[in-house]
Design a protein around this ligand. Sequence first.
Ligand code: ATP
Length: 516
Amino acid sequence: MASQEEVFKKMVSHCKEYGFVFPSSDIYDGLAAVYDYGQMGVELKNNIKKYWWDSMVLLHENIVGVDAAIFMHPTTWKASGHVDAFNDPLIDNRDSKKRYRADVLIEELIAKYDEKIEKEVEKAAKRFGDKFDAEMFKTTNPRVLEYAAKRDEIHDRYKKAMNANDLAELKQIILDYEIVCPISGTRNWTDVRQFNLMFTTEIGSTADGTSKIYLRPETAQGIFVNYLNIQKTGRMRIPFGIAQIGKAFRNEIVARQFIFRMREFEQMEMQFFIKPGTEMDWFAHWKQFRLKWHKALGLGDAKYRFHDHDKLAHYANAATDIEFEMPFGFKEVEGIHSRTNFDLSQHAKYSGKKIEYFDPETNESYTPYVIETSIGVDRMFLSIMCAAYNEEALENGETRVVLNLPPVLAPVKAAILPLVKKDGLPEKAREIMDGLKFDFKCVYDEKDSIGKRYRRQDAVGTPFCITIDHDTLNDGCVTLRYRDTMKQDRVKIEELHALIDAQVNMKNLYKKLLAE
Ligand code: ATP
C-alpha cells in the first residue's frame, strides 16, 4: 500500500493535472509558496467561500460583511502590534543552508512522542483484543509513561521559552534534545533570530513622496478600523459580528506542504463584538458552531480536534485551533481567538478617535471585547482535497482515481454525456443541459468512450453523470450514475433536477447548522 506521503504527492500532481492548483507563473518555473487556482480549483474555492459566507452572514441576522482594502494606513500595523511582534523564531542549519522555524522543529519533536505513544497503544490493542483498556494502559505502561514524561518535559520548557520570547532557550532545547536538520542530518545550528513576516511596499508616485506600507498579514484589521463605520451606519447592537473574505500576505520562513503554508493566501474572518465579561461564553459558542460547520461537510468527525494554544498571541486571552487530520498529521485549519478589547483600544489610542459602544439598555459606554474566527480558504481547500482524493481498487482489477468531494462543494455538479455523437442524442443532451444549467454547474462531454468519460468526471469529483442513449428519445429516461457508488439508475428527465438538488443544495447544510 502507498504511504501517506506518496498519496499526498499524488494528490498534489492530481491537482495540477486536472486544473485545480498550478504553481504561480508556471511558465517561469513557479514562485515559491505562491499558487494559482485553475478552472476546477476556482469553482471549489468559490463554493467553500459561499458556504462560509452564507453560514456566517446569511444565517446570522447580527453578522454583516465588509470588503476592506489590502493596503491600510501604516499606523494600523503599529497599533495592532504587528510591526513589533509579528515575528517567527528563525534558525538556520549551517551545513544544508536550510532555514527553519525553531518553534516548528520543537513542536514536531513533541508530536513524535505523541505518535510513539499512539503506536504503543495500537500494538497493545492488537495484542489484548476486546479486553483492552486504552486509558489504563496509558497510565500504567512503563514505556508509554517514559515517552509521556519526556514529551511533557520538552513541552514545559518550550512553553516557557515561547512565552518569555527566550530565543537562547529555544536554541538550547533544540541542542539538548538533539534535533537534527532533516536535510543534512547535522546539529550545526545558528542562533535563533526573530523575523518579521510582513511584506512591505511603497505607496506614492514620486521618490520623495513615497512612504512604506505593508501588505496586510491578516484581514482582521480591516474589520477593526471599520468597526465605528459599520456599527453606526448599520445601527448594529452588541452582540454583532463583521465578516470578511480576502487576501493576506506573510513572508513565511519555510514554505512547505503545497498550499498549507503560502506567502499569499486567503482568509475568511469574522470578528464578533461583545460585552466585556461575556467572552468565555461566546468563545465556547463560536468554538462549537465552527466545529459543526466543518463536520457538516461529512469528511469524517474523527478527522477534527481542538488544540488549545500554549503561547497566546499578544492580543488574546484564550485561543484554540480546529485541527484537521492531513496526511502529514493533525494541522491547524482554523483559529478561534478571544482577542479582548486589545485591537479596538489600540486603534483608539493611535488614531485619537473614541472607539466605544453605547449600550442603550444600561446607559453605559465601553470598548467591546472580540471573539474572532479565522480560517484559511487554501488550508480548507487542502483539507478537503486530502480527504477526498482516493485511489480505489475495483473488482475488475483496475484502479480508479476519484475525488469524493462533498457534493455541495464539487466544482461540477453534473456531466451531460450523449452516448454517441449522432442520431439526435447530442441535441437531446443539450436540451437536458439547458434545463439544469441555470441552477447547477454542468459540463457537456461527447468525446471518447462512456467509460473514459465517467473516469474523467470521477477524477474531478463530479457527483452525477447523466447519459443520454437511444432509448432516451423514446422513453424520456436517462442513466444517472452516482460518483461514489458507481451505481446507475434509470430516471425520468423531469426527476433530474430534484435528485441533483437534494444532494448539492447548500440549504441542506444550513439547516444542519441551525438544528440544535
Ligand atoms: P500557523 O501557526 O500555521 O502559522 P497562524 O496561527 O499564524 O498559523 P492565524 O494567524 O491564526 O494562523 O491565521 C488564521 C488562519 O489563516 C489559519 O488557521 C490558516 O488556516 C490560515 N493561514 C495562516 N497562515 C497561512 C499561510 N501562510 N498559508 C495559508 N494559510 C494560512
